[in-house]
Ligand binder design. Structure first.
Ligand code: FAD
Length: 509
């Protein structure tokens, strides 16, 4: 996948697209893969990097969503479990099964959660992973040694999937490009083209060079997540909002806070939320929150209250409770929920279903849903887009497409940092084959260094900038600008008390 040649195609084929997708998160990338693999001429424009919005900031679960069973959303759970099964089959290097323990501190909890999770297994049918089972106290502690012992009866063990969200986004982008789609990152749609009242294309700007790009297409699909209303208002400035955002944050801790390859799921905290502690790339990710009323931003920032909330509530279930100074990195994401008519303020109760909207001018918007269901969302979206564009109807084939055959990792090569599970080969591949254009693209999404350990990421960033400059033929000015921008981005991942190496230095001097 090479940006220069894809951008070249975008420009040379400017008038002849069947489907243009705006937005390169899970939703848009899925649509590009689906559309291109049906043989439609497809272009995708992402204003930042692939997955840089919500799609790199998830809890990293490929799951049916046990908690939606409580709300009676059996259809959504069944659909998600089917997609979980397909992802485990089609992307085995990026998605893997993970055992989850639901600890029981009340005598009836094992029975109660055991019944719910057995139903979850049944709904998965043939695509199920492993059966739900009961654990006694000793077995629960054997699986997760740092579980709080006082009052523990045992637990329920069930299975779900776990993945690396940004890596899957890149794998889908590559899959789409392999099937002929022109997928371009760092290219922002600024306005829509209209003819006789109909949307017929987009005007975009290459964010790396400032060049303008004009493209025409038979249908334009808006897959911009929390930005959906902004794009809808390029079509109709009076368009009513359909998106309600909700922020969720995660804290990343050292792996020994679980000391296990099992995750913990707390189905209901005393204020009714679901919490997870999940092993991920030798660390533990804990989350999440559900905070309404935050600004819509590409790079949202965790609130101190949210950090305190997670530390306090997760601390109740761990023998060695995490403190602020144990936090290696903090990341925040915004859920693009579809606003139900007359919705209440409580975003945790809004359905995670997706919806498709078509404006009078023919702009198609798809929003809501989950990472887990991206493939099915894309299938529905492309069926509808083909109908709108008058394209020949062709069947969806993404259920059979393999994704991400090569993973990143150490593979015997020199590490980029002592505490980071990546090698310099990964950096080189990111630039040469995965369209990483900025230091942040490499440090945050081709590797997950910034998500795993903000301090280690800041330490290695200058060396990565130099290596990238060599590979991309850039000079010192590029390195300085990249590092300044990265420092700014990294500041949102720092837990409130820790400082960047440079700010600590300047205070000390
Ligand atoms: C805290 C949290 C935890 C979650 N955990 C899970 C989980 O464990 N499992 C799961 O299945 N789901 C999870 N989700 C849900 C899942 O992450 C989202 O449903 C999914 O990532 C949304 O993808 P998207 O493509 O719709 O949005 P995004 O990923 O935000 O993509 C939209 C893209 O559009 C781009 N864009 C915007 N405007 C323009 C423009 N003018 N021109 C070009 N590009 C533009 C943006 O830059 C962005 O990259 C979680 C969500 C959150 C917030």
């Amino acid at each position: 996948m090479n940006r220069e040649s894809l951008l070249g195609r975008l420009k040379s084929d400017g008038d002849s697209w069947d489907v243009i997708v705006i937005g390169g998160g899970a939703t848009g990338l899925g649509i590009a893969l689906d559309s291109a693999s049906r043989g439609y001429r497809t272009a995708l424009l992402e204003q930042a990097d692939f997955g840089e919005g919500t799609s790199s900031r998830s809890t990293k679960l490929v799951h049916g969503g046990v908690r939606y069973l409580r709300g009676g959303e059996v259809g959504l759970v069944r659909e998600s479990l089917r997609e979980r099964g397909l992802l485990l089959k089609n992307a085995p290097t990026l998605v893997h099964p993970m055992p989850f323990l639901v600890p029981a501190y009340r005598w009836y909890e094992r029975l109660y959660y055991g019944i719910g999770l057995t139903l979850y297994d049944l709904l998965a049918g043939k695509l199920g992973i492993n059966s739900t089972g009961h654990l006694d106290r000793g077995e629960a502690l054997e699986r997760i040694p740092n579980l709080r012992k006082e009052g523990l009866y045992g637990g329920t063990l069930y299975w779900d999937g776990q993945f690396d969200d940004a890596r899957l986004a890149v794998a889908i982008a590559k899959g789409a490009a392999d099937h002929g789609a022109a997928v371009v990152n760092h290219c922002r749609v600024e306005s829509l083209q209209r003819e006789d009242g109909k949307i017929v294309g987009v005007n975009a700007r290459d964010e790396l060079t400032g060049d303008e790009v004009s493209l025409r297409s038979r249908v334009v699909v808006n897959a911009t997540g929390v930005f959906s209303d902004q794009v809808r208002r390029m079509d109709n400035s009076e368009a009513k909002a359909i998106i309600k955002t909700s922020q969720g944050i995660h804290l990343v801790l050292d792996g020994d806070f679980l000391g296990s390859d099992h995750a913990i799921m707390i189905p209901s905290t005393d204020d009714g939320r679901v919490l997870f502690a999940i092993p991920w790339l030798n660390r533990v990710v804990i989350g999440t929150t559900d905070t309404g009323g935050v600004d819509i931003e590409l790079r949202p920032k965790a609130l101190e209250d949210e950090i305190e909330y997670l530390l306090e509530h997760m601390g109740r279930y761990l023998a060695r409770a995490p403190r602020l100074e144990d936090v290696r990195s903090v990341f925040a994401g915004l859920r693009p929920l579809v606003r139900p008519a007359g919705s209440s303020g409580d975003t945790s109760r809004i359905s995670r279903n997706h919806e498709i909207f078509v404006s009078e001018g023919g702009l198609m918007t798809i929003a809501g849903g989950k990472w887990t269901t991206y493939r099915y969302m894309a299938e529905e979206a492309v069926d509808r887009a083909a109908e709108l564009a008058g394209l020949e109807s062709r069947p969806c084939v993404t259920g059979e497409i393999e994704l991400g055959s090569e993973g990143v990792g150490l593979s015997g090569a020199e590490r980029i940092g002592d505490s980071l599970p990546y090698s310099w080969n990964d950096v080189e591949r990111a630039v040469k084959e995965e369209m990483a254009m900025t230091v942040d693209d490499v440090v945050s999404r081709r590797t997950r260094a910034l998500f795993l350990d903000v301090k280690a990421a800041e330490e290695v960033a200058p060396k990565i900038a130099e290596r990238m400059a060599d590979l991309l033929g850039k000079g010192d000015d590029w390195i300085s600008a990249q590092l300044a921008s990265f420092e700014d981005i990294a500041s949102a991942y720092r837990p409130p008390t820790s400082q960047s190496p440079s700010s600590a230095e300047s205070e000390g001097s």
